[in-house]
Write a protein that binds this ligand. Structure first.
Ligand SMILES: Nc1nc2c(c(=O)[nH]1)N[C@@H](CN(C=O)c1ccc(C(=O)N[C@@H](CCC(=O)O)C(=O)O)cc1)CN2
Ligand SMILES: NCC(=O)N[C@@H]1O[C@H](COP(=O)([O-])[O-])[C@@H](O)[C@H]1O
Length: 278
């Protein structure tokens, strides 16, 4: 700013002083009047400074409140983790705002999804617990106690949502009852078939074969809430996928996976947005 130019505040200040001096001319210039006015001025300056400070603090607090607490996501995987990668890439974009993937758990040591989590920026903490080694370690252990142990690992991360992204293990009540103890904690699952058809494992191959044999007209994928009955939970997102007569399984699978990468983000966002802000 050029030296001869003054700021709006300085101009306001000089106007104020000129008014103050005009007033002073009309009145007896009792020394105390000057003192009262100048201290009034000083007070008004300090009040306005305090007001400004208060206003700034209030604005900062409002900004803080507007900046929602990041919603915490735990992801369970068993394989390559391309759907986990879709979630990692979508974090804090308009597709999936105000989130943090806080833990990735695999039941298979060789799952490449664990590498994806470690390579994320910042790296995502991972956990690993496979059923068979767990059972072999202690004869008193059961599939149900395994499920409770997985649930404990999940709850320790204080999630707002649990996403099964290619988690190839059927949960018993042990898991569902344990995570169900945390209010409003939803578990969702990505399933490569439409509701009510091809529940369970190998759904991609089974639905592809059924279409090619003319047994079904439509195929697709869904994200659903997880209940005890496998793949029978309420659908959250359902998306049909184009399939062509006599095309290869690989061609169909590639198209299906692209759809999965979209709906796993949409489904996660949809369920998180159902949670009232704290
Ligand atoms: N109680 C529930 N558990 C799980 C659900 C669910 O809806 N309710 N969804 C599945 C995911 N899933 C299909 O989407 C699925 C995964 C695995 C299996 C399965 O038969 N697994 C075998 C082991 C297979 C293997 O290790 O290759 C098993 O668990 O014995 C069925 C369906 C996740 N869990
Ligand atoms: N019944 C569950 C099931 O079949 N899930 C399937 O596992 C794959 C995981 O891929 P990813 O490891 O690359 O994300 C996905 O195709 C998903 O639909």
């Amino acid at each position: 700013m050029d030296a001869h130019k003054i700021s709006a505040n300085q101009a306001k200040e000089q106007w104020w002083w000129s008014k103050f001096k005009e007033k002073d001319k009309d009145k007896d210039s009792h020394p105390w009047v000057g003192k009262v006015l100048s201290s009034a001025h000083n007070q008004s300056v300090s009040v306005s400074q305090n007001t400004t400070t208060l206003r700034m603090a209030d604005a900062a607090q409002q900004q803080q409140q507007q900046r929602r607490r990041r919603r915490r996501i735990v992801v369970l995987i068993s394989g390559s983790g391309t759907n986990l990668q879709a979630l990692i890439d979508a974090q804090n974009t308009p597709a999936l705002p105000d989130v943090e993937i806080v833990l990735v758990i695999s039941n298979r040591k060789a799952a490449y999804g664990l590498t994806r989590a470690a390579n994320a920026d910042p790296p995502i903490p991972t956990g690993y617990l496979a059923l068979q080694p767990y059972l072999k370690a202690d004869p008193k252990r059961t599939r149900d106690t395994y499920d409770v142990e997985i649930a404990r690992m999940v709850l320790e991360a204080r999630p707002d949502i649990v996403v099964l992204a290619g988690w190839m293990h059927v949960f018993s009540e042990g898991f569902l009852d344990t995570v169900g103890q945390q209010r409003q904690l939803t578990v969702i699952n990505l399933h490569p078939a439409l509701p009510g058809a091809f529940d369970g494992a190998h759904a991609i191959e089974r639905s592809y074969e059924a279409f090619q044999k003319g047994e079904v007209e439509k195929v697709g994928a869904m994200v659903h809430r997880v209940v005890k009955e496998v793949d029978r939970g309420e659908p959250v997102i359902v998306r049909e996928v184009e399939i062509k007569k006599d095309e290869s399984l690989e061609a169909y699978e590639e198209r299906l996976h692209r759809t999965e990468w979209e709906i796993i983000v949409e489904g996660t966002r949809k369920v998180l947005d159902e949670i009232p802000p704290t």
